[in-house]
Design a protein around this ligand. Structure first.
Ligand code: NAD
Ligand code: DAU
Length: 351
């Protein structure tokens, strides 16, 4: 039995990962630790029963005592760290909480893993660890910065983060690397491009546009709308993470991306078409400060080494996603009825 600590498993990708991992029917137990910030939502985990394969724990990854207790109680042998402040726009308003969760939280997890997994914990020179332990840091392509019109990010592209969010994720990656180099901790880092799919918080481009479109509200496009993102269905991301956990070489970074570049305005028009909306709703608003122009992932390493490939075509993925949000209006309504509207008002005013 593998005892996997999934952090941030009540968020968008984490909850999809929990669902996917449990659906495989492997001999695993998932302990999901989530602080339930504005982005954490237990409705994302509806239908997943607590028992021998799953436990939810409300807790903060920056709380070293709580993390330590969990490692002890559950004999954790694997960590998949999704927990993060994840929204670039929020990081422009409040950078410090990104530093706290994304950097300090990762370092707390690394330290607990080192303490519990080292065979000779009191020997600072020992690099021997228990059999089969692994720390996987879920990172992002944003750590590489912005691309020009050509080229794609490889795992050796220098880090050049531009937003407080991506700076915090790059810093966390460097801590993960340092724990591997200095202490020999068995780690992996995955760096994925933009995800879409069910359970994504409606502050992010696709669910925000979908929700506004359904309600006939303006669709706020930043700048000229020609920024490019490389979109991947969340289930393909989860499969990539699982492949790295099972087969990834220790200490290695794996980019995950779907070779699926789209300009933001294309995405917005696709959503309008799928919802039967009105293009007149498109409203160009002031650009995001420091807005990265283009991201694109070179996924050669994960596909050739681990045999991973995206299964979703974008057409199929977006059609299913639009249907999911249309079928789950209540899920979005429950979020939108909460604190979200305060955020929306501050962010977009009347737009
Ligand atoms: P999300 O914002 O939907 O979920 C984050 C989760 O982390 C929430 O459940 C939240 O409650 C939890 N959390 C936040 N602070 C915490 C803390 N201090 N302790 C414990 N839990 C805490 O984010 P997401 O989009 O699912 O992203 C998950 C991870 O994947 C992040 O690390 C993000 O950087 C990375 N990532 C996201 C994308 C994307 O397109 N969304 C792409 C690549 C990488
Ligand atoms: O690339 C991976 C990253 O993708 C992840 O690391 C982040 O956690 C995730 O939030 C996402 O970051 P982006 O900034 O690319 O995602 P977002 O959905 O916020 O925006 C996508 C694009 O759409 C971006 O160019 C900004 C633009 N945009 C976004 C919003 C919310 C708009 O034009 N209008 C909007 O209202």
């Amino acid at each position: 039995m593998k005892n996997i600590l999934v952090t941030g498993g009540a968020g968008f990708i984490g909850s999809n990962f929990v669902r996917y991992a449990l659906s495989l029917g492997r001999d695993i137990r998932i302990i999901n630790m989530d602080a339930l910030t504005y982005a954490g939502n237990l409705e994302n985990l509806e239908g997943i029963a607590e028992g021998s394969h799953y436990r939810f724990v409300k807790g903060d990854i920056t709380d070293a005592d709580a993390v330590d207790r969990l490692f002890e109680e559950e004999a954790i042998d694997t960590v998949v760290n999704f927990a993060a402040e994840s929204h670039v726009d929020r990081s422009i308003v409040d950078p410090q909480c990104f530093l706290k969760t994304n950097v300090l939280g990762t370092q707390v997890l690394l330290d607990c893993a080192k303490k519990h997994w080292k065979l000779f914990p009191n020997d600072k020179y020992s690099r021997d660890y228990k059999e089969g332990v692994r720390f996987l840091q879920v990172s992002t392509d944003e750590v590489y910065g912005a691309l020009g019109k050509t080229g794609r990010f490889t795992e050796t592209t220098p880090l050049s983060p531009n937003s407080p969010y991506s700076a915090s994720k790059a810093s966390a990656d460097l801590f993960v690397r340092a724990y591997h180099e200095t202490f020999g901790l068995p780690v992996n880092i995955t760096r994925c491009s933009n995800n879409y799919g069910p359970y994504q918080f409606p502050e992010k481009l696709i669910p925000l546009m979908l929700n506004n479109c359904i309600q006939g509200k303006p669709l706020p496009v930043y700048g000229d709308g020609m920024q490019i993102r490389d979109w991947l269905h969340v289930s393909d991301h989860c499969k990539g993470i699982f492949a790295v956990l099972e087969k990834g070489r220790g200490g290695e970074i794996y980019n995950i991306g779907g070779n699926n570049e789209k300009a933001n305005i294309e995405i917005v028009k696709l959503i309008i078409e799928a919802c039967g909306g009105d293009e007149g709703l498109i409203t160009y608003v002031k650009d995001r400060p420091g807005h990265d122009r283009r991201y694109a992932i070179d996924n050669t390493k994960i596909s050739t080494e681990l045999g991973w490939a995206p299964e979703y075509s974008f057409g199929q993925g977006i059609a299913e996603t639009v249907k999911w949000y249309l079928d789950h209006k209540e899920w979005t309504a429950n979020i939108v009825n909460g604190d979200y509207m305060n955020y929306y008002g501050k962010m977009y005013g009347d737009a």
